[in-house]
Design a protein around this ligand. Structure first.
Ligand SMILES: [Zn+2]
Length: 350
C-alpha cells in the first residue's frame, strides 16, 4: 500500500521535497524512498514501523524525519547516514537504547525529541551532536544524566520531565547557552553550585522534586520564570535548638590549619604540600565559612538564609523567599550571624 501511495510522489521525481505517510498502518518504511534523493521532509508518524530500512542512505538531503508513535526499540544506527538531518522526532516508541554509531553522522541535528520512550540511560556519544539546540526526553526512565550531555554547548532547551533523576551534574555549568530547563517530577534533592553559572537561563521548572534549599548565588540568576511547586522547601519557621560545643577531629584541625596557611600563601607549606598529593586532594574539598571567611573541611554547620527573589522573576507561590544554603565553620561564627540566618542541621562525618 505504501508503494502505491508513493507513486504520485515518484512522478514528481527528484523534485519531491515532502512526503507525508502518517497513520497508514505501515509496518516498514517504503523501499521506493531510495528513488527520492531530493527529499527534505519525511513524515512517517503514527504507523507500526519497527525498523528503519537501509534505503535511507540515499536521503542525503533529508532535514526533517518524523518517526513518532511507531514501534522502534532503539535510536537507529541508520541515522548516521543522514548528514543533513536537522529535526528528528522519535517520540512514542519503545526505545530503550541508542544503537552504536547512531550519533556519529548527525552533525547538523538541531532538534531531538525522544519523549515517551523507555530510555534508562543516555550514551556519552550524545556529546557528538554538536549543533543540538533542543533536546526533549520527557517521560522516560532516566536515572542519571551523563556529564557528556553538558558538553553540548549550543543546547538552549533541555526537557527531562517525568524521569527518575536524583541529581544534575556539576558540569551543567558548561551549558552556557541553556535558556530553558525543565526537570519536573524527578527525585532531585540538590542543585549543584555550578547551576549558578547558567548566565543565560531564563526559564526553570523544577516542580515535583525533593529540593529543600538552593545553592548560594541562585538568587542572582537572570531568570524570568521559576517554578518549584511540590518541593519541600525550607520555610522561615525558626525553632529553638540546643547548641553544643564544637568538637573537631584531628583531621579537621590539621586541615583547617593547612588550608588557611595556604590561603595566606605560606611559602613553606606551599612547597611541602607538593609532595603529598593525597593531602592536596583532601584539602581541595575545603569550603569557606560565610561569616569569618576561613576554610574548613567537613561541612560543620549548614544554615539557611532567606532572600527575596528578583522582581523580574515570575515565581510559583511557594517561592516568596528563596532558601539559600550557607555554610558556617563553627558555633562561634554561628553566634555572630545576622538575624536572617538559621541553622538547619549539623552534618558531620567522623
Ligand atoms: Zn567561620
Amino acid at each position: 500500500m505504501a508503494e502505491r501511495l508513493l507513486i504520485r510522489a515518484l512522478k514528481g521525481g527528484k523534485s519531491t521535497k515532502i512526503i507525508t505517510l502518517s497513520g497508514k498502518k505501515l509496518t516498514k518504511m517504503p523501499c521506493a524512498l531510495e528513488k527520492l534523493p531530493g527529499l527534505r521532509t519525511l513524515h512517517l508518524q503514527n504507523n507500526l514501523i519497527s525498523k528503519v530500512c537501509s534505503e535511507v542512505h540515499n536521503l542525503t538531503q533529508l532535514t526533517t524525519l518524523n518517526l513518532g508513535n511507531n514501534l522502534l526499540e532503539e535510536v537507529p544506527e541508520e541515522m548516521k547516514y543522514l548528514p543533513s538531518l536537522k529535526k528528528l522526532h522519535l517520540f512514542g516508541n519503545r526505545i530503550n537504547r541508542f544503537a552504536p554509531g547512531a550519533c556519529d553522522g548527525l552533525q547538523n541535528l538541531i532538534l531531538l525529541n525522544l519523549n515517551n520512550n523507555q530510555l534508562t540511560w543516555i550514551p556519552e556519544e550524545i556529546s557528538r551532536l554538536k549543533n543540538l539546540t533542543y533536546l526533549s526526553i520527557n517521560r522516560n526512565q532516566l536515572a542519571s544524566i551523563p556529564r557528556e550531555l553538558c558538553f553540548l554547548k549550543n543546547l538552549s532547551e533541555l526537557q527531562l520531565n517525568h524521569n527518575q533523576l536524583i541529581c544534575i551534574p556539576e558540569e551543567i555549568k558548561f551549558m552556557k547557552m541553556l535558556q530553558k530547563l525543565f526537570v519536573v517530577q524527578n527525585s532531585i534533592e540538590v542543585l549543584p553550585e555550578g547551576f549558578c553559572d547558567l548566565i543565560n537561563l531564563r526559564v526553570l521548572n523544577i516542580a515535583g522534586n525533593i529540593i529543600r534549599i538552593f545553592p548560594q548565588g541562585f538568587q542572582n540568576l537572570k531568570l524570568r520564570e521559576c517554578y518549584c511547586e511540590e518541593n519541600p522547601l525550607f520555610l522561615k519557621q525558626p525553632v529553638r535548638a540546643e547548641i553544643k560545643q564544637d568538637v573537631w577531629s584531628l583531621q579537621e584541625i590539621t586541615s583547617r590549619f593547612i588550608m588557611n596557611q595556604l590561603a595566606e600563601n605560606s611559602p613553606f607549606l606551599m612547597q611541602a604540600i607538593e609532595g603529598y598529593p593525597e593531602v592536596r586532594n583532601t584539602i581541595s574539598k575545603g569550603r569557606q565559612c560565610s561569616i569569618c571567611g576561613k576554610l574548613f573541611l567537613t561541612t560543620w554547620m549548614e544554615c539557611v538564609e532567606f532572600v527575596s527573589p528578583s522582581k523580574d522573576w515570575k515565581i510559583s507561590r511557594n517561592l516568596q523567599q528563596i532558601p539559600l544554603r550557607v555554610l558556617i565553620c563553627s558555633f562561634n561564627c554561628f553566634n555572630q550571624r545576622d538575624s536572617n540566618l538559621f541553622g538547619i542541621a549539623k552534618v558531620q562525618s567522623e
